[in-house]
Ligand binder design. Sequence first.
Ligand code: NDP
Length: 495
Amino acid sequence: MSQCPFSGKNPQSVTLTSANGAPVANDNQSRTAGRRGPVTFDNHYLFEKLAHFNRERIPERVVHARGSAAYGTFTLTNSLSDYTIADFLQQEGQQTPVFLRFSTVGGGQDSSDYARDPRGFAVKFYTEQGNWDMVGNNTPVFFLRDGIKFPDFIHSQKKNPRTNLPDPQAVYEFWANNPQSLHQSTILMSDRGIPLSYRHVNGYSSHTLSLWNSKGERYWVKWHFKTNQGIKTLTTEEAAQMPAFGAQQDLVASIDNGDFPSWTVKVQIMTEEEARSYHINPFDLTKVWPHKDFPLKEIGQLELNRNVDNYFAETEQAAFAPNNLVPGIGVSPDRMLQARLLAYQDAHRYRVGANVNQIPVNAPKCPVHNYQRDGAFAGINPALASSGANFYPNNRAMAGEPAEAVQYAEPPMPLEQDAWLDIYDTQDDDNFSQAGELYRIMNESQKQQLVSNIADGLSQATADVQEAMFAQYDAADEDYGRRVKEAVMVRLTAG
Ligand code: NDP
């Protein structure tokens, strides 16, 4: 009989157990029929190990698969009580625990941290009235203003379905047919397209969200998280030299070393009245609100100060959803946001399951009382407070069963008067002005990088796609259009 070399030898060690908690006497050999014979069918511990191993993965996110995350604190420095009843935005000095997950968008879990790609910037605020998820990016706008194009867009930016290789033709063919992407693609192709690390990015709600106060007044709001580490970026050539896991390593190391990254939190606020007459559609995700029209108001500091203990349990199972809202914070008529209200929770139910919000990283820190029941991996059921009612309304509020709190009713949201349900074509809804504004604030070095990055990919696309893109850059800014065309021609001539 062979002896397990470690069992019981070290008095400090705890006893190894199987999943049902029973001590394991031998973890190194299977039970066999004789010294040279096969494994027998009573090797239930072997089978348990192999079966669990087979189930170690859950479906990775189709977008934002590769992520890094950490815990921290949001400190309010300027009360928003005039605008919102949100309990964590009332008293200056108030602190709220947060969890922030950064990510790339297009690549799978084992892709590089240094892709030219937007970075996800999703913050879970564990407030005393529930979790608020600010599910943003490191860009103030997005490629699309309507979620119906999202699957097409992502398909075009991922690998070619036949060759499984990057496909610049598809990338630019989508953009050529969707000029609404020009503003965001200009940011992506600029020097900001490859951040040095997650500590060196800004975060934006990008969407217009809302705040509402105890008088029933609603304000439209955009959130900005400005990095206190400064924006730092890499060129395409520099990024190619970096280890694939560099941004993950940077975040873990800086927090482990006590060098806590932080962001200054700011908001832009627009009244309903201003929104009605503003020349830009304030709910169009391809547009910013220019700072001169809606100045940034500083409201707090966000610091990351604790790494996760278990990457899978926390970072991978973290489930951010824009519909995780709290009283005083609401959505807006932004069409991309409505698409995300469905898509994010749907993704998490598929990836993690119906009880995704019971997993510690997702669980609110305040009590949860409702009548949602059971499902896969249901932990302690939040209903059944005392009387066991699993339906509502009931007559058992006095017995401690949850009841509605009408004081938190959200005020009605204004829409266009006499709005008709129809399909409205917004394809040509000024796709160029703000891309041009951005181009014009870039310095010469930034313009050169932008043009060069575009030309690298666009020169690999077909002539019809190139012509359509030249026209878009030209519509944004003549100098932008001229330079891109010249740079593409140089590459085509060279090779
Ligand atoms: P401002 O001059 O007031 O603000 C310009 C903003 O652009 C700053 O916040 C700056 O961010 C940011 N910026 C600078 N270079 C880049 C880049 N390569 N990629 C992305 N952002 C960059 O101008 P406006 O408010 O009138 O906006 C002009 C343009 O600036 C917009 O069309 C938009 O593309 C861009 N922008 C605007 C934002 C807004 O909310 N108004 C937010 C971010 C960008 P930082 O302070 O971090 O350097």
